[in-house]
Design a protein around this ligand. Structure first.
Ligand code: SAH
Length: 514
């Protein structure tokens, strides 16, 4: 019976199974495809302090997430309790992902967990991850096995310096010390006593591959005091060997245009990912604080009536991606479908147009400039006299567009298909972001509603300590209205335009300040 089920089962994730999954070193783009698939489908996810929030965000909506790491150096759960949790959940038929920072079998007890699963007869799979050691090599510009400098790499734990035979290591060419930041003064001493040259280059790398990656360099002799002076804290690796020198030549990560910039993304959580990802790839430290959320409109009556009368319209005008999505969802719930749409479709902005095209629909009109005003201008050459125009959009949108189209003779119906709200969780996140030592360098705003909500969320004095990057003139005008200065505005009113404007600003600023 089991066998038949096995061969028929095509689901990517099996119930009653534990997956020991490497979460990679931090940058969520370094997750494996298998890890992502498992996260999307698992029932229970057990994670610890080395797991990035962005990685956890891949979890499916129904997954239970449970933190089993350390809090202030105290383990929340003993290893035996974690094992019991995995085994118990699997026996109840759950699919369990045990997420481990880096690779599950490079330190961090993945081996012990696998042994426990074997003992208990629980089926499991091990998914490797990019270990922090490889992350440090790549993102700190240290080719771990450059053949001109080294023929070997040793990964070792600095947790208990008495367990290591330092003499046997002193001849090795690249050493990577895990869990050795606190004990590094002792480690350096032992290596030097064992015969390693005190001038051997060494680097400590904290939070490898993340936007806040920090590298402290020196020699075996000087690194301990450099670590202390910089106040570097775990988690960090220490890399020792001649290859550390190559950083100066091939470090690419530190040269990224937005490196070191802390950027707050205010878009709704469902829409934030592409901007966050783009910023992260440019080296920014990204914080997603959604100051806007989408809810159904107060009443569906007007939208439903418009859908019922859909064939009577000549034009359908969408002003946002969200408007397209919510309208089509509502259409799905009605007796009508895409075949009943009006003959002409218009979209504000390329993102809205793309969303319509993704439905395999042609877009007849996309205004040159991506603001409501220019849409009205684009309609000037088209006769709207007596034409019925439907605009499904946000409940609280501006009146300019329907008024202008109306003045051109159109009979305009505006129907709300969603309502924007200020999410409850955002206030706490915003207050925390602005109450630490340095305020965020940037806040990105991509619509008037994000600006208004931001102004409701935080005192102006706080907001003014960060630079505002705006997606276009309408958003910028709203910023001025609420009393905020816009540091830079996209020249093409798109996400990419916004990112380019920030890069240009930072580059110019750096050139000015040397
Ligand atoms: N399985 C993990 C290692 C777990 S042991 C891996 O493959 O990377 C925990 C130690 O790993 C930490 O003390 C630190 O030395 C190192 N480490 C893990 N993730 C790290 C990160 N993102 N940045 C720096 N060091 C990290």
């Amino acid at each position: 019976m089991d066998l038949v089920l096995d061969s028929l089962e095509t689901a990517p994730v099996r119930r009653g199974t534990v997956y020991l999954v490497g979460a990679g070193p931090g940058d969520p783009d370094l997750l494996t495809l298998r890890a992502r698939e498992l996260l999307e489908h698992a029932d229970l996810i057990l994670y610890d302090n080395l797991t990035s929030p962005e990685v956890l965000a891949f979890a499916g909506p129904h997954a239970e997430r449970r933190y089993v790491g350390k809090k202030r150096a105290v383990r929340v759960l003993e290893q035996s309790a974690i094992n019991a949790l995995m085994v118990g959940a699997a026996r109840k038929g759950k699919s369990v992902v045990r997420l481990k920072g880096g690779d599950p079998f490079v330190f961090g007890r993945g081996g012990e967990e696998a042994q426990a699963l074997v003992r208990e007869g629980v089926p499991f799979e091990v998914v490797p991850g990019v270990t922090s050691a490889l992350g440090a090599g790549a993102y700190a510009g240290m080719p771990l096995t450059h053949r001109d400098y080294t023929q070997s790499v040793t990964l070792l734990t600095g947790h208990d310096v008495n367990l290591i035979d330092w003499k046997s290591l002193a001849g090795r060419q690249t050493l990577i010390v895990f869990m050795g930041l606190i004990s590094f003064p002792k480690i350096a001493d032992r290596l030097i006593s064992a015969g390693l040259d005190a001038n051997t280059p060494a680097a400590a790398v904290r939070w490898v591959t993340r936007g806040d990656q920090t590298v402290v360099t020196g020699t075996l002799a000087s690194l301990p005091s450099a670590i202390r002076d910089r106040g570097l804290k775990p988690p960090a690796l220490v890399v020792i060997g001649e290859i550390v020198r190559l950083r100066r030549e091939i470090d690419w990560f530190d040269k990224l245009p937005l490196r070191g910039q802390e950027v707050v993304v205010t878009r709704a959580s469902a829409q934030a990912a592409p901007l966050c990802r783009r910023l992260r790839r440019l080296g920014a430290r990204v914080m997603s604080i959604p100051v806007i959320g989408f809810e159904p409109p107060s009443e569906w009556g007007p939208a439903d009536r418009a859908i019922r009368d859909l064939p009577s319209y000549e034009w359908l005008v969408f002003t946002s991606v969200n408007g397209v999505d919510r309208f089509v969802e509502r259409l799905d719930m009605s007796k009508r479908d895409l075949r009943d749409l009006p003959p002409r479709i218009c979209a504000i902005g390329p993102a809205t147009a793309d969303r319509i095209r993704a439905l395999h629909l042609h877009v007849d009109l996309v205004p040159e400039e991506f603001v409501a005003e220019s849409l009205a201008a684009s309609f000037r050459n088209i006769s709207l006299e007596g034409q019925r125009v439907l605009i499904p959009r946000a409940q609280e949108a501006r009146e300019l567009l329907p008024i202008q189209l109306g003045s051109m003779g159109a009979e305009v119906d505006v129907v709300p298909v969603y309502r924007t709200v200020l999410p409850d969780s955002s206030r706490q996140m915003a207050l925390a972001a602005w109450s630490k030592g340095n305020p965020p360098d940037w806040v990105t705003v991509t619509s008037s509603s994000t600006v208004r909500n931001l102004a409701r969320l935080l005192p102006m004095g706080d907001l003014r300590r960060s630079r505002l990057a705006s997606i276009g003139p309408v958003t910028s005008a709203t910023a001025s209205e609420v009393g905020l200065h816009v540091a830079t505005q996209a020249s093409e009113y798109t996400i990419e335009g916004l990112v380019q404007a920030m890069c240009a600003f930072v580059t110019a600023d750096r050139a000015r300040n040397g």
